[in-house]
Design a protein around this ligand. Structure first.
Ligand SMILES: C[S@@+](CC[C@H](N)C(=O)[O-])C[C@H]1O[C@@H](n2cnc3c(N)ncnc32)[C@H](O)[C@@H]1O
Length: 366
């Protein structure tokens, strides 16, 4: 006998509307990413209401593409269209100042355009991810063509903009020690922007950055050369066995910026950090804010984005190397459990106003 389920049509229609909104916003994220990459938002910010030809000329881009993009930006309510074109006059477009405040390079740490780039970065490996759903395994870091470039822009927002003024003071006394001269290590340093900034700011200290990616390390070294910073060194290195390879009690200050949860073996990396830290040293771990319990993430402002990033990158790169696959949303509970298992008995967790995406763990041995 077949049972008919009663459907609440209002609920069902509201859900369908939600799905359509989701599809529109996903599509707009791609156009927003293009607006950021091509500099179109930066150009629009400085122009009076202009035709697509004027905007294309001012940005040095192809008019046909710019016109179509402006269509999407207009119906997406990101750009204003002042003349609708029906009376034979060409449409004029402008970017409201309130929108420019979150979409242009001048917006600094508020530029959300940077983060929309992840949608295309993740989409570029969709075929590989679908294979993983069927066969398991993962997708290695090297398959994500623009990852390190976008990640460096991302941490430019969350780390670089506030490193010296806001993040370092989370570890009381560390600035004085950096000024006097100490040994510092950055784990999973990526393109090394944070470490290069510290090396220039604190010339008496010595800085080391490790990352798996040769490409990211080459970029970091070039930057150090450009800054004439001889107190920083970068090494392409797989930290999977850092628990064995780490030098004992060598570093006064160890940092990791968004770089533990996607390690193949975060447990071994944390054990290595414990081993490499001097007894009175400090480990500053910035990692994704969230709970290990999914239902506690329902009101998290970007949880859907973070679970997507996890499925299509963070969990997956770890699994590609036979790792634990913790995922982006490993959460505070799991992080504290793993820090404790690595030996750390003194952990303070903070959040900063400019960075709702991350927790800052200030970690000591005792
Ligand atoms: C999310 S990114 C963060 C990069 C950088 N800290 C930043 O904030 O821009 C994580 C970094 O960890 C590095 N990584 C992942 N697995 C690694 C491993 N097994 N050994 C060393 N580095 C690794 C990646 O190459 C990547 O640069």
């Amino acid at each position: 006998m077949c049972t008919m389920h009663q459907i609440d049509t209002q609920k069902s229609e509201a859900f369908a509307e939600n799905l359509i909104g989701m599809m529109n916003h996903g599509a707009l994220s791609l156009l927003t990413s293009i607006g950021h990459r091509t500099g179109l938002f930066d150009t629009l910010k400085d122009l009076p209401p202009s035709t697509s030809k004027q905007i294309a000329d001012a940005s040095g881009l192809n008019e046909r593409y710019v016109r179509e993009w402006l269509g999407g930006m207009t119906v997406g309510r990101i750009v204003n269209c002042h003349v609708n074109g029906s009376n034979g006059r060409e449409p004029l477009f402008s970017l409201p100042a309130e929108h420019a405040a979150f979409l242009t390079r001048d917006a600094g740490a508020d530029n959300i355009g940077i983060f929309t780039q992840y949608i295309a970065v993740l989409g570029s490996v969709e075929d590989r991810i679908v294979e993983c759903f069927k066969k398991g395994g993962g997708v290695p870091y090297s398959e994500y063509k623009r990852f390190h470039e976008v990640m460096a822009e991302d941490s430019g927002q969350t780390v670089m903009s506030s490193l010296v003024d806001t993040i370092l003071p989370l570890a009381p006394g560390i600035i004085d020690k950096l000024k006097a001269g100490i040994e510092v290590l950055d784990i999973g340093c990526g393109r090394g922007r944070a470490l290069n900034l510290l090396a220039v700011t604190y010339p008496k200290s010595r800085f080391t950055g490790y990352d798996l990616s040769e490409e990211a390390i080459d970029y970091a070294r070039e930057n150090a050369k450009h800054n004439n910073a001889s107190n920083v060194r970068f090494e392409a290195r797989d930290l999977t066995t850092f628990n064995d390879d780490a030098p004992e009690r060598h570093y006064d200050f160890i940092t990791s910026f968004d770089a533990i949860h996607d390690q193949a073996r975060p447990d071994r990396v944390l054990a290595g950090i414990y081993k490499a830290l001097k007894d009175d040293g400090v480990y500053l771990m910035q990692d994704i804010a969230g709970s290990s319990n999914v239902t506690e993430n329902l009101d998290h402002p970007i949880a859907p984005f973070l679970y997507t990033a996890s499925t299509m990158h963070c969990m997956t790169v770890s699994l590609a190397y036979g790792g634990l696959g913790l995922g982006t949303m490993w959460g505070k509970e799991k992080a504290l459990e793993m820090l404790d298992a690595a030996g750390f008995k003194n952990v303070d967790v903070k959040q900063l106003d400019h960075d709702f995406q991350n927790y800052y763990y200030i970690v000591r041995k005792s």
